[in-house]
Design a protein around this ligand. Structure first.
Ligand code: CTP
Length: 441
């Protein structure tokens, strides 16, 4: 596959050299396009030696090949790592003052940006607005990691490790995604499919027709509305206390990202604040009742509902308007009465009635015991809940909560087939779940 690796001028540019290696070792044809500032950190000779291709920052070199148009048009993926605040601002405003910004304007493939900068710059409303703009246009943003920055300071702003960036790229290169931007005014391969000429704006400089790409079979999730719940609910006791659980929300966010990668429109109903996968509409909730309301509303036009959230089964019967105090001079402890929360998943199944639209996916944390195996418990729960897929998480001490790896069995209501996934990163689990969902659409 043809990959353009954009490198902007930040200290993390050195990490892009390892990323480049991962691409080339996997057999991809990589052209590195640094900005002029990036060459202050890693020189052109390094990029040229590692990629085996000439390296330019401006649009005036090799002019006969019209690189400012050709590179973007012919790429299967453009990844910018690191993307600095300046590059992000230029991309968001559609500037074309160097080769990399020209590539970004001409690319019709998935575009990924991995921002890296100081925390203050990342959190600045200008940068966040630019990120939101790019994200709305379909650019995949890999959120910066938290940790040590250039100096002694630390915070969000670090470029994620090359392996993690490569994993995002590999997923996009493998996924049958819709071209970026999602609906270009002239879809550049459509006219040829119908025997016509490509529009002028998409012709190669020598006016030979663009090659017809192997038409990717579009994902069945393309343009479908996928609603995912994530995180653990918090059930307030008084203004400062709540009943909660250890769910990190990572699996729900990974599911949202996997659905976006397959071209879906995604709504994420979440109790946790994590960097939002690009292109996702987020609804923040706290309690089971708030999550229930948000899920029902989003379910109105949903094609897929995924209950990945850890919903508290009980909530305090009363909410104390003032902080519950100790009674001075006694050992008394208050008794907290609990009431049942609604089972949101079961309600969503009930409201759709007969048929399988929307497709509904539940999650279950299970352990085996003396009476039955994990799978037996999972089968029973699938039948009880009435959903189409049940993703059974094997839990135990030190398993699942907050971890990046997970071991699951995916059960289907329409067959006895069991798909085992893992131990694997939550992103891989999410992808396997979305593949099963696709088969049900
Ligand atoms: N769930 C829900 N509403 C609840 C509780 C759970 O929608 N009040 C959903 C979860 O999001 C998950 C699935 O139901 O998709 C399974 O949750 P789990 O707590 O494992 O199952 P329970 O039905 O509560 O069974 P158990 O008695 O084993 O806890």
């Amino acid at each position: 596959m043809r990959v353009v690796l954009g490198v902007a001028g930040g200290i993390a540019a050195y990490k892009a050299a390892s990323l480049l290696r991962l691409f080339t070792e996997a057999g991809h044809d990589v052209t590195v396009v640094p900005t002029a500032a990036a060459l202050n950190f890693v020189g052109a000779a390094t990029w040229a030696a590692l990629s085996g291709k000439p390296v330019h920052t401006d649009v005036w070199s090799d002019i006969t090949e019209v690189p400012h148009v050709r590179l973007g048009q012919s790429a299967d993926l453009v990844m910018v790592a690191p993307a600095t605040a300046d590059l992000i601002a230029r991309a968001a405003t559609g500037q074309a003052d160097d080769l990399l910004t020209n590539v970004l304007l001409t690319a019709r493939c998935p575009v990924v940006m991995a921002p890296a900068m100081h925390t203050e710059m990342w959190e600045h409303p200008a940068t966040q607005a630019n990120i939101a703009t790019l994200s709305e246009r379909g650019v995949h943003i890999v959120p910066p990691a938290s940790g040590r920055l250039t100096g002694k300071d630390s915070g969000p702003g670090r470029l994620p490790e090359p392996d993690d960036l490569y994993a995002v790229a590999a997923r996009l290169l493998a996924a049958p995604v819709t071209p970026f931007p999602p609906e270009p005014p002239n879809v550049h391969f459509a006219p040829q499919q119908f025997g016509g000429e490509p529009p002028l704006s998409h012709r190669k400089p020598d006016a030979t027709p663009l090659p017809v790409p192997d038409a990717p079979s579009p994902s069945r999730l393309a343009d479908r509305h996928v609603v995912v719940s994530a995180g653990g609910t918090r059930e307030p006791l008084d203004p400062v206390r709540f009943l909660g659980n250890r769910s990190s929300g990572k699996q729900g966010y990974a599911l949202a990202e996997a659905a976006v990668a397959r071209g879906a429109r995604v709504t994420l109903v979440t109790t946790v604040e994590r960097p939002v996968p690009p292109g996702v509409r987020t609804i923040s909730v706290e309690t089971a009742l708030e999550m229930r309301a948000a899920m029902h509303e989003a379910a109105d036009d949903a094609d897929v509902l995924v209950m990945a959230a850890a919903v508290a089964d009980f909530r305090p019967a009363e909410f104390a308007a003032h902080k519950i105090k100790k009674t001075a001079g006694t050992d008394d402890a208050p008794e907290i009465a609990l009431v049942r929360n609604p089972d949101i998943l079961a309600e969503l199944v009930e409201r759709r009635g007969p048929g399988r639209s929307p497709v509904i996916v539940g999650f279950a944390a299970e352990t085996g015991d003396d009476t039955a195996s994990v799978l037996d418990h999972g089968r029973a729960k699938l039948a009880r809940k009435g959903c189409d897929l049940l993703v059974v998480n094997e839990v135990g001490v030190d398993k699942t909560f907050g971890r990046d790896d997970n071991l699951v069995h995916i059960l289907r209501a329409d067959s006895d087939a069991v798909t085992d996934v893992g131990p694997a990163p939550k992103s891989e689990i999410a992808d396997a779940v979305m593949a099963q969902v696709e088969s049900l659409l």
